[in-house]
Design a protein around this ligand. Structure first.
Ligand code: IMP
Length: 201
């Protein structure tokens, strides 16, 4: 029997990345839309990624009996005091989208030598009354001088991954999952689920 889990997101790209990682292991991943789950607007106002992921996971766990995972992620740029960080999504929406946010970041980095950056992803698993569990992944890299590549989403066109030696936007979904912050966090989640559920290969 397949193991079923809900990903607390409406972001199609995230859902696709998580599905492509977990489905080969007989894990069916539902997005909120698949189950018609309507989550009231929850304010992601925690001061950490894990705090925000927990807020999202708990809001969805109230609506379903399936185990729920939620992720919170962000891009931290060293020379810019680690912005946009926790506010990566808000930074983009406040500028009218990721294209403008990318332009803004490239502008702010024009005179900087240090272009080091990292993506962080915290995934929280909430299952029944069990204690919530945290799985974290970090992808190290740097911000390129210009955008390129058509894959991925968000800030991918300007993030050069040290592991892949390419921009995230130049990787297939499978390649990105092998090196990305989300892929690394998912690998830890999968390892845990394999130990606790024998149906998972
Ligand atoms: P969240 O949905 O609150 O986790 O917001 C994450 C935000 O961080 C997204 O809207 C993107 O701006 C950015 N982000 C997170 N993961 C990625 C990724 O894998 N590639 C590019 N941008 C990402």
């Amino acid at each position: 029997m397949n193991f079923e889990i809900v990903l607390a997101t409406n972001n199609k790209h995230k859902l696709q990345e998580v599905r492509s990682f977990l489905s080969p292991h007989k894990i069916v991943v539902y997005g909120l839309n698949d189950l018609n789950l309507k989550v009231e607007d929850v304010e992601e106002n925690a001061s950490t990624y894990q705090g925000n992921a927990l807020i999202k996971a708990q809001a969805v766990a109230k609506l379903t009996s399936f185990p729920v995972i939620a992720d919170d992620s962000g891009l931290e740029i060293e020379a810019l005091d680690n912005i946009p960080g926790l506010k990566s999504a808000r930074f983009a929406s406040s500028l009218g989208g990721h294209d403008n946010a990318i332009k803004e970041i490239l502008k702010r980095l024009e005179d900087k030598n240090n272009r080091k950056a990292r993506f962080i992803c915290d995934i929280v698993l909430v299952n029944d009354g069990d204690k919530p569990l945290l799985f974290e992944g970090i992808a190290e890299g740097e911000i390129t001088k210009e955008r390129d590549g058509n894959g991925g989403f968000g800030y991918d066109p300007i993030f050069y991954s040290y592991d892949a030696k390419k921009r995230f936007s130049e990787l297939s979904e499978e390649e990105k999952n092998r090196v990305s912050h989300r892929g690394k966090a998912l690998y830890k989640l999968l390892t845990y689920l394999r130990i606790t559920h024998q149906s998972i290969k």
